[in-house]
Design a protein around this ligand. Structure first.
Ligand SMILES: CSCC[C@H](NC(C)=O)C(=O)O
Ligand SMILES: [Zn+2]
Ligand SMILES: [Zn+2]
Length: 414
């Protein structure tokens, strides 16, 4: 539990130090995290810069130059912010990074400070061993992923400083797996947050008034719920085109997350609104699906729908031999006897912005045999898994950053 245990692996000590910086939304300490990250870059001897697409929301960029900086680079991305905690539900202080039986308890221990710190540890090793990969490796430490990346990666990918990185392929976050197989994400569902507003007549609460705002809204909600049930059934009993069971990322979820109306019990309200969090499977025909939900609304006069948040790009990263980065990734895992399962990420990460601008990205967090506790109470990970993860990323990053131009070429002409 001590902060400076001389018997502790120094990588674990550094990880715990990063976890103690309260980069918690909605007021993340980005000044603290930036100072910490710059110190790491200086210790390792990596040039660094900061970019603020939005004032007060810094991205830290670090560069480990390769033997041939003219080759497109490898990007290692992680977000610096973490989600809030319900303090009274934690058995440990969520920002003390206490260690109990080897488990490090902290917000961000899984999501995703472990990943960023593992990348750094690999580069620290490279420097100590005098290793220089063929391709340049860049690290981006981005803000506000937990708020949807609107002030972070969404803007960063269009910034000159990012374009100059000339990224060929990126690694980003995954999630924990309670099984020995790692989860590897090659695509995401598209988050669509929609607000529906119904308007109608007012009157006395004792009458049969037709087509009131809440009645109309309920009719629309029923249609969404029917679609929801269909998708839930598909997940429970359906098989995909390969005859395999669907995973959550393969189907579309629809959840009613807002519901508002009313001013007094005996007054019919003139307005009723609701909000849905819809996660659209990348295997859906997007246009058709959008037209379908719009028809639910247009069939009811006096009801309108607006997108509060929408991502409309469903680019996947190829997980076949057409993608050299996938080939190298999968062969490296096999060479290390690391099991993995490929899936569509059920929620949204910054990888969607990378894929949208044409950068192939895989999401993987080395969190095997670990309970899934992202955004949950008592988020934790075992220090042994963290240390094992550094070895995993070391082998993986070494292989990826040494992919030759000839290997890329050979894939293109196949
Ligand atoms: C729609 S942007 C919000 C981002 C958030 N990401 C995660 C991983 O929880 C989500 O999917 O809700
Ligand atoms: Zn995350
Ligand atoms: Zn998260």
């Amino acid at each position: 539990m001590t902060h400076n245990d001389p018997t502790e692996h120094p990588a674990v000590t550094r990880f715990r130090e990063y976890l103690r910086i309260k980069t918690v939304q909605p007021n993340p300490d980005y000044v603290g995290s930036t100072a910490f990250l710059i110190r790491q870059a200086q210790e390792i001897g990596m040039p660094y810069s900061t970019v603020e697409c939005v004032e007060g929301k810094p991205t830290v960029i670090m560069t480990f130059e390769g033997q041939d900086p003219s080759l497109p680079s490898l990007l290692l991305n992680s977000h610096t912010d973490v989600v809030p905690v319900f303090e009274d539900q934690w058995t440990q202080d969520a920002f003390a990074a206490n260690k109990v039986d080897g488990f490090i308890y902290a917000r961000g221990s899984q999501d995703m400070k472990c990943v960023g710190m593992s990348y750094l540890e690999v580069l620290r090793r490279y420097r100590a061993e005098g290793k220089k990969p063929l391709r340049t490796i860049h690290l981006t430490w981005v803000p506000d992923e937990e708020l949807g990346g609107g002030d972070g990666m969404k803007l960063l990918v269009h910034h000159e400083a990012f374009k100059k990185l000339n990224v060929a392929f990126a690694l980003d976050e995954g999630i924990a797996s309670p099984k020995p197989a790692l989860k590897v994400f090659y695509g995401e569902r598209m988050p669509w947050w929609i607000k529906i507003t119904a308007t109608g007549p007012t009157g006395h609460g004792s009458q049969f008034i037709k087509d009131t705002a809440p009645t109309k809204l309920l009719r629309v909600i029923e249609k969404f719920m029917a679609l929801r049930n269909e998708q839930e059934k598909l997940l429970e009993i359906g098989l995909n085109h390969n005859g395999q069971r669907y995973t959550l990322g393969d189907v579309t979820t629809i959840n009613l997350t807002f519901l508002q109306s009313g001013i007094q019990y005996n007054v019919i309200p003139m307005e009723a609104t609701c909000g849905f969090d819809i996660r659209v499977s990348p295997f859906f025909d997007m246009k058709e699906f959008q037209a379908k939900i719009e028809s639910f609304v247009t069939s009811e006069p006096g009801v309108k729908m607006e997108f509060v948040n929408g991502h409309f790009d469903n680019t996947l990263t190829a997980i076949d031999e057409s993608n050299i980065w996938w080939t190298v990734f999968s062969e490296t895992c096999k060479g290390m006897d690391v099991e993995y399962e490929t899936e569509i990420f059920p929620a949204a990460t910054d990888s969607r912005f990378l894929r949208e601008v044409g950068i192939p990205a895989l999401g993987v967090s080395y969190l095997k045999n670990t309970p899934l506790l992202l955004h949950d109470h008592d988020e934790r990970m075992h220090e042994d898994i963290f240390l094992e993860g550094i070895d995993f990323y070391d082998t993986l990053i070494t292989r990826l950053s040494n992919v030759t131009a000839a290997e890329v070429e050979a894939t293109l002409i196949k």
